[in-house]
Design a protein around this ligand. Structure first.
Ligand code: FAD
Length: 380
């Protein structure tokens, strides 16, 4: 059997190996905070951004490398926490931080690994797919902010020091009605409870209640009324990150599945030599390789040009690839797939790739909205 020619790794080894070295010293059961602190202390978080985090511009290749080494630890919850913080919360803070003040403080603390930041958009009062219907309100007074409402299914919430909360400062669905507020998790009136789930437990996902939370005016993140615009810009980076994580996660499970198929014998032959098995497996490889090619071709456009159509393509592709590939791997592992934390469990956890940050159906709608651009590119 001929093998593929060796090529340069697509993602630079230096950043990746630095992060791998950092994480090699972190115990396997470490919490999201412990992993984040280790990465921050070693400078691996600052490494991701142009200017070491002074700008919001994230390097897609470095992000891919970091997510791959975090994913290799096999704790999908912790990876989700790292993903949302690095690709969504930190770029938003960097884009909005002044030279001093709490937003700068939260950014610097997070980059150093000292603090964790949760991004709280999904609201208790509305479907996640109906973001402009959100109910959390901020009153911007002459001297202070007053925040009331609730957020649900927020990654990292239970370990976060800061919550980046999307609120409305006036009624209605117009995109200028929304503002981000930086809330210390210990502020009076903030109550966080863990989400009742057995999936992604390392992600410290929780629900947040905000009851008459009073904060100084400098806790507004960016300008009032710019909340949705800022979110749309940086949601693209999270969507790219979701696609990059899908590549890392599915490749890890595919590699494990191949080893098992080689070891498993039926009628004296390894299952790996069964043609039907090989073809099913190869179809998965093709899908993952296509997704990686999509990441490589669209990554820069998402982070440098905030191309939301490209981000929607990536997010949809990730949602459409993760489930069938992981389902095939789980099936090919037979009963072993049902072992604790086995392939069936991973498959359930990976369903977040088609839910978090926008359900697949919704992002496919965005792809359809951009049909002419996509077709023009395909036909050029
Ligand atoms: C583990 C986990 C972590 C999360 N972390 C965060 C976080 O850190 N921050 C945050 O803000 N949110 C977070 N979320 C929330 C997530 O963003 C929302 O769950 C998501 O936006 C979907 O909202 P929903 O759950 O209310 O589903 P709904 O909006 O109620 O949708 C339910 C289902 O309806 C269908 N549907 C919805 N809209 C459409 C449509 N337009 N067309 C066709 N079908 C449709 C889809 O099948 C969808 O899955 C997290 C969720 C999970 C599960």
């Amino acid at each position: 059997m001929s093998s593929l020619p060796q090529t340069e790794p697509a993602f630079p080894a230096s950043h990746r190996s630095r992060a791998a070295t950092t994480l090699a010293a972190v115990p396997p059961q470490a919490t999201a905070s412990q992993v984040w602190r280790a990465l921050g202390t070693a400078g691996n978080l600052r490494d991701l951004y142009d200017g070491g985090g002074t700008t919001a511009a994230l390097d897609p290749e470095r992000l891919a490398g970091l997510l791959a080494v975090v994913d290799a630890r096999g704790d999908n919850g912790v990876t989700l926490s790292v993903l949302v913080q690095t690709a969504s919360a930190l770029p938003m803070l960097a884009a909005c931080a002044s030279r001093t003040g709490p937003v700068r403080q939260a950014l610097e603390e997070a980059l150093s690994g000292v603090s964790l930041v949760a991004l709280a958009a999904t609201d208790g009062a509305a479907a996640g797919s109906d973001l402009t219907g959100l109910g959390t309100e901020v009153t911007i007074g002459p001297d202070e902010l007053l925040l009331t409402g609730g957020k649900r299914w927020i990654t990292t919430a239970c370990e976060a020091d800061w919550l980046l909360v999307l609120a409305r400062h006036r009624p209605g669905r117009h995109f200028t009605s929304f503002t981000w507020v930086l809330v210390p998790a210990t502020a009076p009136g903030v109550h966080i409870r863990p989400a009742d789930t057995g999936l992604l437990t390392g992600s410290a996902t929780g629900h947040v209640e905000l009851t008459q939370v009073r904060l100084p005016l400098d806790h507004v993140v960016g300008r009032p009324g710019r909340g949705m615009v800022t979110f749309a810009r940086y949601m693209g980076t999270e969507r790219l990150a979701g696609a990059l994580w899908t590549v890392a996660l599915t490749s890890r499970v595919l590699a494990d599945t191949k080893e098992r198929l080689i070891r498993r014998h039926v009628d004296g032959r390894p299952l790996w030599h069964n043609d039907a098995v090989r073809q099913r497996y190869a179809a998965c490889l093709v899908q993952v390789r296509q997704l990686r090619a999509l990441c490589e071709s669209l990554g820069e456009r998402v982070v440098r040009r905030q191309d939301l159509a490209a981000a929607a393509l990536l997010k949809s592709a990730a949602g459409l690839v993760a489930d069938p590939v992981l389902a095939a791997c789980a099936q090919l592992q037979g009963a072993e797939g049902f072992a604790r934390d086995g392939a069936q469990h991973i498959r359930s956890e990976a369903a977040v790739l088609g839910i978090g940050g926008g359900v697949t159906e919704l992002v496919l709608g965005t792809v359809a909205d951009n049909v002419d651009t996509v077709l023009a590119e395909l036909r050029s």
